[in-house]
Structures are given as C-alpha cells and as structure tokens.
Design a protein around this ligand. Structure first.
Ligand code: 6GU
Length: 257
C-alpha cells in the first residue's frame, strides 16, 4: 500500500525509516512518502497559517495551501486521515480498515489546527477520518502520524514474521487486554515465574493466561468488559468474573457494586 504524510516538519517522521516499518519500505511492502507542506505555499516566506476568524489565540492553517498539497498527493479513492484532539479515538479496528486501503494520506496539523473547510471539502469527494490519540493534547499531528503508520504497516501481509503474534495481542479480537508474559531467569529480584508456565501443561497455561487477561481488563479497562458479548465467555471466564464481583444479565456484564 501507499502512505503519504504531509507536515511542516517532515524530519519528525524520520523514525519511520527504522525497525519494522523501515524494513517494510525497503522490502517494497509499503510505499511511504513524506512531504513538506511548505512546498505548496505561494509566498516567499512559504506561509502556511493565518490568524483565526472570530478571534482567539494562536494560528490556523490555511485551506488553500492544504488544498494544493492534498490535490497533488491524493489519488482517486485515497483515505484522508487528519489527526486532531477533537477526532474519533484511533483504534485497532480503524488501523485494520486503513490497512485494507490502497492509499492513506495523513495531513498533520500544527498550531490551533487546519481550517475546517479542508475536511469538509475532501469528505464530499471521499473518505476522511479525523482521529485522536486519546484525551490529552500534543503539539501537532506528527506523533499521531507515527502511531497510525506503525499500527497500519504492521498489519500489512509480510511485515510481521510470525502472523500468530497479531492474533494473540491486546485489542486483537477477543476484546481483552493481553496476559502478562515471562522469560528466563525463573527467579529475578526475589520474584518467581508463575509455576503453571513451567509445567508444560498447555491447557492449564491457556486457562491461566485467559484468567489473567480477564483480571487485567477488569482492573484497567472495565469499559472493554462492558462491551463484551457474554456469549463469548466460557464457564472459566464466568468463574473469574464472578470472583471479581461481576455478574451476567441478559445482554451484558454488570460491574461490581
Ligand atoms: Cl491526533 N493531535 C493533537 N495535536 N493532540 C492530540 C491528538 C492529536 N490526539 C490526542 N491529542
């Protein structure tokens, strides 16, 4: 697939040459192109922003400069992603959807954001997603572009050596957080590896991991349990949840208290 990133700080995207994503590019699995937005500015200062209509702090990125850039970079059917703290939360589901597209274009805003007509204009012609990393503010879309490119690239066929690792990880499909993992040495800092993992009993290992996934999810992300279909849960799952004070009503899980 092809991914284009447009930014006033193209050097910010340099880490994409490293590690797994860098290898995917070198192996020809990903056509990654990073562009400097200022290449489409028209004045000699290469201005990309102006003061906000209606007043207020900061600067807003000009729609005409963005329009020139996106018209030059987007091919028919491209999916435009605009990072924004006001976007929908980025998710594994969206990463998987984006991994199935031919071209992804990521428009990195800075300052107070991009003139709202840019999203409106490109949404009329194709698919546009405004995406947020979470409920906090960072200074621009570049870190979100790093996140989106990495989350999408690792799902492309051939990028990850063992595709089974995509199946077992957090947020991959069963709606639970991943269980804790251990390796040698068996004793470290006075802490032992859980006995069951050394037992060689695959059934007991699988049950133990599933129990730990459920406990972790209940403690850290109860919202994920609320979204589960109880039909996906087996008797062992229900026993752990019940011990944690959760119960099952028709259609969903009910938290303790
Ligand atoms: Cl995508 N951009 C900015 N500037 N801040 C954010 C964000 C994005 N997601 C969370 N905070």
């Amino acid at each position: 697939m092809r991914i284009d990133v447009v930014s006033i700080f193209p050097e910010y995207l340099a880490p994409l040459n490293l590690s797994l994503v860098g290898k995917a590019v070198r192996d020809g699995l990903l056509d990654l192109r990073v562009h400097d937005l200022r290449d489409w500015a028209r004045d000699r200062h290469r201005t990309v922003d102006d003061t906000p209509f209606g007043g207020g702090a900061g600067m807003v990125m000009r729609p005409d400069v963005w329009g020139e850039a996106l018209d030059a970079v987007m091919t028919p059917g491209a999916h435009l992603v605009v990072p924004s703290p006001a976007g929908q939360p980025f998710s594994q589901q969206l990463a998987a959807d984006l991994a199935g597209t031919e071209q992804l274009v990521i428009a990195c805003g800075r300052y107070e954001g991009i003139d709202a007509r840019v999203v409106e204009h490109y949404a009329a012609a194709g698919t546009v997603s405004e995406v947020s990393l979470g409920d906090y503010v960072v200074n621009g879309g570049e870190v979100a572009a790093l996140v989106v490119v990495e989350a999408v690239a690792r799902l492309l066929p051939g990028v990850i050596g063992n595709p089974q690792s995509l199946v077992e990880e957090s947020h991959a499909g069963d709606g639970l957080l991943e269980y804790p993992v251990y390796t040698r040495p068996t004793a470290w800092a006075g802490l032992e590896v859980p006995e069951v993992l050394l037992s060689g009993h695959h059934g007991n290992v699988a049950r133990w991991r599933r129990d730990r996934s459920i406990e972790r999810t209940a403690a850290r992300r109860p919202d994920l349990l609320l979204a589960l279909d109880p039909a996906q849960l087996d008797r062992g799952d229900l026993a752990v949840l019940s011990a944690l004070g959760w119960s099952v009503r028709e259609g969903g899980l009910v938290p303790p208290g």
